[in-house]
Design a binder for this molecule. Structure first.
Ligand code: SAM
Length: 308
């Protein structure tokens, strides 16, 4: 049982590791819902240093005062609706642990759909996973997309672009750890970068992008974890949510090699509009659903490469 402190916040009581986990599940219920058991376990692991297996085997081990204080601090932050990824400083994406701060969007499982689509293309293509693929990621945030792709394509190299210098620092840290020497992170608005030297026509085999796509007016209706704690530059897609796609579509068409492949994330109900924007640039598109059966990714190729 947690008790309530003088400020009305939940206080964890001294106990063993399993007792701490149970207290946290109860306290986190109102903010984390069905994820409360998972979040509680992750906080116990971070506070005690015990991993999942050790927790199962040694759940009766007493929690030290400093460990209890650490768990208490994490609980208070979480009850203030800070995302657990920002509290712990990382989030799993694909097969990787990605560093996360308040300067970047927390990588979402739905975004893995872009990597699945990209790898299906690579595996069906004669060049295979060992080819020196040239990859571009537009709006890289934490760098999770190029990190995941480079972890699967050992000879690939990537350029990752973000307008936020703070996000670019996080991306650099992740990419230096996961794919050392194979990724360049550039701080730039994609509009100017898409036209810059080094970004000549057909420069990239594989183009990824998960741009901001939430209509501006909807941001304040999102969960506080997102609306208050994630960077608005990563969320705000303008009045209709499609502003970024209008800029990106001609840039992607220009930079994609004739036999290349692009994988672009979309928000709910945006598939037709984004496909139309890409088709207007002479690209052939298809749509891929995420695990929740929601259209999540538009893929694009030059029509000419399909005809060849
Ligand atoms: C939805 S987040 C995606 C982050 C990451 N790729 C992911 O999938 O988790 C969009 C990213 O685009 C960046 N961004 C927004 N507008 C931009 C612009 N005009 N030029 C470059 N990057 C931009 C934001 O800073 C943010 O990091």
């Amino acid at each position: 049982m947690t008790t309530t402190g003088p400020g009305g916040d939940a206080q964890v009581m001294p106990c063993d590791a399993e007792g701490l986990r149970r207290q946290l599940v109860a306290a986190l219920g109102p903010v984390a819902g069905e994820d409360a058991p998972l979040e509680a376990r992750m906080i116990v692991e971070a506070a005690t240093g015990l991993d999942r297996t050790a927790l199962r085997l040694h759940g009766a081990v007493a929690v030290q005062t400093a460990q209890l204080a650490a768990a208490q601090t994490m609980l208070a932050r979480r009850l203030a609706r800070e995302p657990l990824s920002q509290i712990l400083g990382s989030r799993g994406f694909w097969t990787l642990d990605i560093d996360v701060t308040a300067d970047v969007l927390t990588p979402r499982p739905d975004t893995e759909t872009l990597i699945e689509a990209m790898l299906d293309f690579v595996d069906a293509d004669g060049r295979g996973r060992g080819y020196p693929w040239r990859v571009l990621d537009l709006g890289t945030g934490s760098g999770c997309l190029p990190a995941a792709l480079l972890s699967e394509l050992p000879e690939a190299r990537a350029i990752a672009i973000d307008r936020s210098p703070a996000a670019a620092r996080v991306a650099r840290r992740n990419l230096d750890r996961i794919a050392p020497g194979r990724a360049l992170v550039v701080v730039s608005d994609w509009a100017s970068c898409l036209a810059a030297t080094g970004c000549e026509a057909g420069a990239f085999d594989l183009i990824l992008s998960n741009p901001p796509y939430i209509p501006s007016g909807e941001i304040r209706t999102l969960d506080p974890e997102v609306a208050r704690h994630e960077p608005h530059l990563a969320l705000d897609g303008g009045d209709d949510g499609l502003v970024a796609y209008r800029v990106l579509a001609p840039g992607i068409a220009r930079l994609l090699r004739p036999d290349g492949f692009a994988s672009i994330e979309i928000g709910l109900g945006q598939a037709l509009d984004v496909e139309r924007l890409l088709a207007d640039q002479g690209l052939t598109t298809s749509v891929r659903n995420d695990l929740g059966h929601i259209a999540r990714c538009v893929t694009a190729r030059h029509a000419v490469s399909l005809a060849a």
